[in-house]
Design a protein around this ligand. Sequence first.
Ligand SMILES: C[S@@+](CC[C@H](N)C(=O)[O-])C[C@H]1O[C@@H](n2cnc3c(N)ncnc32)[C@H](O)[C@@H]1O
Length: 228
Amino acid sequence: MLKIDIISVQPQMFRGFLEESIAARAVKKGACEINIVDLREFGEGRWRKVDDKPYGGGPGMLMKCGPWFAAVESCLSDGLDGRARVVMTSPAGRKFTQRDAEAFAKERHIVFMCGHYEGFDARIETLATDMYSVGDFVMTGGELAAAAMTDAIVRLLPGVLGGGPAATASESFGAGGGLEAPQYTHPPEFRGMKVPEVLLSGDHRKIEAWKRSESSRLTAELRPDLKG
Ligand SMILES: C[S@@+](CC[C@H](N)C(=O)[O-])C[C@H]1O[C@@H](n2cnc3c(N)ncnc32)[C@H](O)[C@@H]1O
């Protein structure tokens, strides 16, 4: 079973995520275990300090080495390891993709490191096996990035989604690598907009061919970078 530890200075941010999302379902189905680790438990001194002023000056505060080394080492001390992936969240990281989600879904133990303030003391990076970004923008902390990656990973675990592997294979960035074809549900006509005839035909061979061609059209139009 996949074990995910998420280390954060704002553990309360994960309350809704763990109670209501696909992550909650994955845990309930026994597909994974998700632990939120409060970095402050590893904080220093009476005030459980986890940050300090940067050397050389500059705005804001940086996360300190001591609490981070203690927190990650505690996550790695349960005997599962040797092969844990320790993921630092950072705008400087590699952009997380569906291929990464697929690879992580085959792991046994993932530890997410959520930064905060101005980020991490550069030495903390030596703890990480991977560094990932969720896009070219700066957020206040790594919590939403870790939650986004966790969601993308756990929905791929066997038994979590109703439709099984077929439910994710035909999605965007799935087996074909492109975008999913447009989809429709009832009614067949809404405010003059009709569902394409072929989808009402019951001819599954034609429907599959239409989906493939629409997927190629949409990918070329909206995300030409995904092909070739
Ligand atoms: C305010 S940011 C620090 C930004 C840093 N000073 C910089 O300029 O790159 C605080 C933390 O939020 C997280 N974070 C912010 N944007 C992110 C992104 N696009 N992807 C992943 N994590 C992000 C990281 O953990 C980061 O350490």
